[in-house]
Design a protein around this ligand. Sequence first.
Ligand code: TK8
Length: 339
Amino acid sequence: ASNGADTGNNDENESDTNGEEDSEYSSAEASYVIEAGIGLNNQHPQYEGLLRFKELVEEGTDGDVYVETYHSSQLGDDRQMMEALQLGSQEVTIPSTAPVTNFVEEYAILDFPFLFPNEEVAMDVLNGEMGDELLASLEDQEMVGLAWWENGYRDLTNSVQPVATADDFQGLTLRTMENEVHLAAFSELGANPTPMAFGELFTAMQQGTVDGQENPLATIYLEGYYEVQDHYSNTNHVYSPFVFLMSKQFYDGLPEDYQQLVRDAAQEAGEFQIEENRNQNEELLDALVEEGVEYTEVTDEARQEMADIVQPVNDRFAQEMDQDFVDRFYDAIENSEYN
Ligand code: TK8
């Protein structure tokens, strides 16, 4: 079920839908074929990371495992791709963690606004015991979590007004990810949140169904949102991890040495993806402004006010979760050497 036709914004390479690019190997000669799909387009560092994974796996198995790569929701949106992993009809996807909450409740904690003080702390916690626990909890859902990748801090764009302070959220209709924490947090700020799959977002902004959205700068620029948005604010309101998921059915069917190899490849490709992603998230502001988007800087004070307003949302969701898990998670942040 491909809905790629809806998501054709800013894809410079629309025709490469079969994932056969730049490979000396072929699916016909492989014992195992991995269909890997993401929601972002092929300009995003996440796709570069996926191509790195492909290279590592194919070279490491001398073509016995072949990876077909798909982008721009060609294989479906995040939720549909995870369902395909559960059924064993797709092998890999790398969603933001927000929609994973619909499968494993504890993932909600990752999307608490203003939770991680910086990217290093986030990655430290995710690569430690708490992250391992979250990856392991996917197995009941017929998925295997192989590695943490990074989407980054999310910022706000809209087509109505500059947003400098919490007050400026009033009345804005904002697309959010399909995640209860995000819905509650943006309601608390006075916006009208509308949950929607990522692949439908560009058209929704273009047609004015929503006034704005929130995503890291790399996504905002590389998906061409400047064509349909006038204002950008560095709200940095939530840190968004990506999680590298494999179908458990497929993983269980791999020989042990291949299981280790795909694990290592996901980790190594992730380190590359994270570095590229951070560079782009840092560097693309000027390019965005050059495209005519007005940049409104959010001061630390204004950001603190936003954090104070949404804190009751974090507290409410934390209360509904396993207390021991929440306590240990907060401790891990507190005790991170990068804090
Ligand atoms: C891509 C999504 C996207 C996320 C969103 O599949 O939905 O806004 O940030 O990157 O996972």
